[in-house]
Design a protein around this ligand. Structure first.
Ligand SMILES: CC(C)=CCC/C(C)=C/CC/C(C)=C/CC/C(C)=C/CC/C(C)=C/CC/C(C)=C/CC/C(C)=C/COP(=O)(O)OP(=O)(O)O
Ligand code: 1GP
Ligand code: MG
Length: 228
């Protein structure tokens, strides 16, 4: 399914983590809508290429979520480009993007690119620390970022990120209520069917990451919870 607006469930695979052939096959054949390759640290051209080649044995759509310039790799179906709206450092909002477009501008297929407006809310997650995100936000701050994403920047995706910790479904629901065009992704701490079903009721698309490496059966159960 190559229309990202239809995606309800995606897995995020970290190129910096080991996954066996058996587990990778189960993830790719799980019925999930897509696999995103992405992580905060240790992402290299080598480990991204290797994971892409392994995922390409299956039919699932495959996205690279770009976390650094060194690991931009051809051959993905789509490229998701994070901009961290609540970063205190404009490097993570515009500067790296400017540098990347200077470097790749003439070969970018713009139809394959989707900008993600991230709002990172778990203060201890790696992405929050790296980007110096201001995670001390009230509900109205998050809603304001969502409205900016949709109406000022016209971003295709607004991503509520709690990586490593399960977030607040009421907050995600409120964000959903204000978004009309921009697709709402939720990711962070989903480990059970119940959590997957709950967040899938609030967001357009849920992202399941770390539990893949902790308990493959629990990870796979999140697909069923959403697709039921
Ligand atoms: C040659 C070729 C194929 C060209 C293609 C053209 C193309 C796509 C060019 C790129 C254009 C472009 C504008 C690129 C942007 C470059 C860039 C570096 C942008 C900055 C991205 C950014 C803000 C990164 C910060 C970190 C972040 C938000 C990462 C997202 C992933 C994330 C939150 C992971 C969760 O963390 P995790 O690692 O899982 O944490 P734990 O280990 O704690 O779980
Ligand atoms: O790894 P978890 O906590 O499942 O979060 C998923 C994703 O939002 C990370 O960017
Ligand atoms: Mg992770």
């Amino acid at each position: 399914m190559y229309d990202i607006r239809q995606w309800r469930h995606v897995f995020k695979l970290d190129p910096n983590k080991e996954i066996s052939e058996e587990h990778l096959e189960r993830i790719c054949e799980s019925g999930t809508d897509a696999v995103i390759v992405g992580g905060t640290d240790g992402v290299t051209l080598e480990n991204v290429l290797e994971l892409l080649a392994r995922i390409r044995r299956f039919q699932v759509p495959c996205v690279l979520e770009i976390s650094n310039l060194e690991s931009v790799t051809p051959g993905f179906d789509f490229y998701f480009i994070p901009m961290v709206l609540n970063s205190r450092d404009k490097k993570w909002i515009i500067d790296l993007h400017h540098e990347a477009v200077k470097q790749f501008g003439d070969i970018i297929n713009w139809d394959e690119i989707f900008m993600e407006g991230y709002c990172i809310l778990h203060k201890d997650c790696k992405a929050a620390v790296l980007t110096d995100a201001n995670t001390e936000l009230q509900e109205d701050d998050v809603i304001a970022y969502a409205l900016m994403a949709e109406h000022m920047y016209r971003l295709p995706i607004f991503y509520v990120e709690y990586s490593g910790s399960y977030g607040n479904p009421q907050l995600v629901q409120r964000v959903k209520q204000v978004l009309k065009q921009t697709q709402l992704f939720y990711g962070g701490g989903i480990k059970t069917e119940k959590q997957a079903a709950e967040m899938a009721q609030c967001a357009d698309t849920i992202v399941v990451g770390n539990v893949i490496y902790e308990d493959i059966n629990k990870a796979l159960a999140t697909v069923k919870a959403v697709k039921r």
